[in-house]
Design a protein around this ligand. Structure first.
Ligand SMILES: [Zn+2]
Length: 269
């Protein structure tokens, strides 16, 4: 099965990847919903992700800012799974990268921002609920570090939050439309580390499949789409993905395959 998928990857011209939390767990960022997830362990954490509680309750916001300050994502580095998608872009095979993740590890790994479609936004930016202003999250975190418990917008006094889609908040229609459009343009659609249970974005799988794309699922746990996919691969994403992309058998080939392998090897170490 895996060697067949490797051949599809080699031959594809417009690969669209859809990534979820599973690609970042090997970078030390916990999956919020999984059995070891933050929400499963701490039900209060879910309140902080709900826009209604967040806007209504200063205590929820104070706790949220402390959470953001201490997020494991700030020190997280891309893993070989992310690097495999960079390699696909380098080979000009990657048409688009739709991600449910908010950690920006795809861009940090080296994928172009233009190719990455962030359906849930980014934790590395803040936004003002009042005036819509956006900027780098670290600027607000500096204020929290300096003692502000719930920093307000310096322009309008409004409530600040991370520029991510909280529960109870609308997705951005233009972003979702773009994700669905590129899914329909794929000749190979790979869902990676996503349970494919969050709509509407899971529907990208159907759109790609109906448009004639080969479909591959790489995920540790079963998904509702497994029976429809052309191939389903389990196991660790950070070893499966490099092996799919590099047509060899060793995950380490991602380094050997790169012309500037010395640099890349250090980056992913
Ligand atoms: Zn504002």
């Amino acid at each position: 099965m895996e060697s067949e998928v490797r051949q599809w990857v080699r031959q594809a011209r417009r690969i669209v990847a859809l990534t979820g939390a599973g690609i970042s767990t090997d970078s030390g960022i916990p999956d919020f919903r999984g059995p070891q997830g933050v929400w499963t362990k701490n039900p209060h954490a879910e309140k902080m992700s709900n826009i209604h509680y967040y806007l209504a309750d200063r205590e929820v916001r104070k706790a949220s800012w402390q959470n953001r300050l201490n997020s494991p994502a700030w020190s997280a580095k891309p893993n070989p799974g992310h690097m495999a998608l960079v390699e696909l872009e380098r080979r000009k095979q990657l048409h688009a990268l739709i991600t449910q993740n908010i950690d920006e590890l795809h861009q940090i790994a080296g994928n172009s921002a233009e190719l990455v479609i962030e359906v849930h936004g980014s934790m590395r930016r803040f936004m003002c609920w009042g005036c819509g202003m956006r900027g780098p999250m670290q600027k607000v975190l500096e204020r929290v570090r300096a003692g502000e418990e719930d920093p307000a917008c310096r322009d309008c006094g409004g409530i600040l939050k991370s520029d991510t889609i909280s529960f109870g908040q609308q997705l951005v229609p233009e972003v979702i439309d773009r994700a669905m459009r590129v899914a329909g343009e794929a000749d190979l659609f790979i869902a990676i580390g996503t349970s494919l249970q969050v709509y509407p974005i899971a529907g990208a799988f159907d759109i790609a499949r109906s448009a004639g794309a080969k479909t591959v699922i790489v995920n540790a746990e079963p998904t509702p789409y497994d029976s429809m996919a052309d191939a389903v691969l389990g196991g660790s994403i950070s070893s499966v993905l490099p092996s799919l992309v590099n047509s060899g058998t060793e995950p380490d080939l991602i380094r050997a395959a790169s012309p500037n392998s010395h640099f890349r090897g250090r980056g992913s170490a």
